[in-house]
Design a protein around this ligand. Sequence first.
Ligand code: KIV
Length: 280
Amino acid sequence: MAKNTVLTLLEMKEKKEKISQVTCYDYTTAQIAEKAGINTVLVGDSLGMTMQGYETTLPVSMDEMVIYGRSVKRGLKDAFLIVDMPFMSYQSSTKKAVESAGRLIKETGANAVKLEGGAIVSAKIKAITDAGIPVCAHIGMTPQSVNAFGGFKVQGKGEENAKRLLKDALEVEKAGAFMCVLECVPPKLASVITQKVKMVTIGIGAGSGCDGQVLVIQDLLGISDQTPKFVKKYANLSEIMTNALIQYDKDVKSGDFPNMEQTYSKSDCSDDFLKKLELL
Ligand code: KIV
C-alpha cells in the first residue's frame, strides 16, 4: 500500500500539513515525482494540451487516459495517484460515470478518479463513491466547460458566483468527495471553502489558503511556452533541454559524438575477423 492514502491525506488536512500535487503523464517523470516525495500525482486530462498539442482538454478519450494513467502508475510507489475522467466519460448518465470510473481504476491502478463540476455532478460522485472509488471533485474554472465559460476565466467573482461555488463545494463533499480541486477561485473564497469542508482542497490559481497545491508539471519545470500568472517556475528546463539538443546536433555533425568514451571497444571486431569476412 502506498504511504499516501485517502486517510493520510485527510489527516494531513486535520494537522494543517500542506499537501503537494503535480500532474504527470509518463513513467519517467512519475519516478522523479516519487523521488521528490510529492504526496499526490494527477494524470490530468490537461495531457490533451501538454502532451498532445490540442487547444483544449475536450478531445481526450478514455483509452488515452488509461494509457497515460498506467504508465504513470508504474513509476509510483508512495504517491497517491488520481486519474482524470475525460470529457463525456461521465456527463451523460450516472451509469456511464460509474463504469468509466471503474475502468480507470481497474486498468490504470489509480487510487482515485477526478471529475469536473459541482452540485450538478453530485449524484455521479455519490454513485462512484458508493462503488468504493475515492473521488476528487473539481470546481471553479473547469476546463471541460471552456466553451460554456467563453474561455479559461477566473470563476466565483461576484456574490452570486461565490455563493454558488461554496454550495458546489458543500454538495460535492456531501456526495462523498474526499478531495476537491479549486481552480482559479478568488483566494479568500478558496480559504473560506477550505475552512468549511472536511475534504481536502487543492488549489490552482486559488491562493495559499487551500490544503494543498497542484501545478501542471510542464509549467512548474519551465517547459511550457506560456504560463498563467499563478504558476511559479521552479526551473527553466526548456532552456536546458534546448541547449543540450543544440550541443548534441553540433557534436553529431562534427563527429565529436560518439567518441571513444561512448564506444564499446571490447566488443569491436578484430581486424583479422573483418579480413576473414573480406570486409577489410
Ligand atoms: O487536467 C488537469 O491537469 C487538471 C489540473 C490542472 C487540476 O485538472
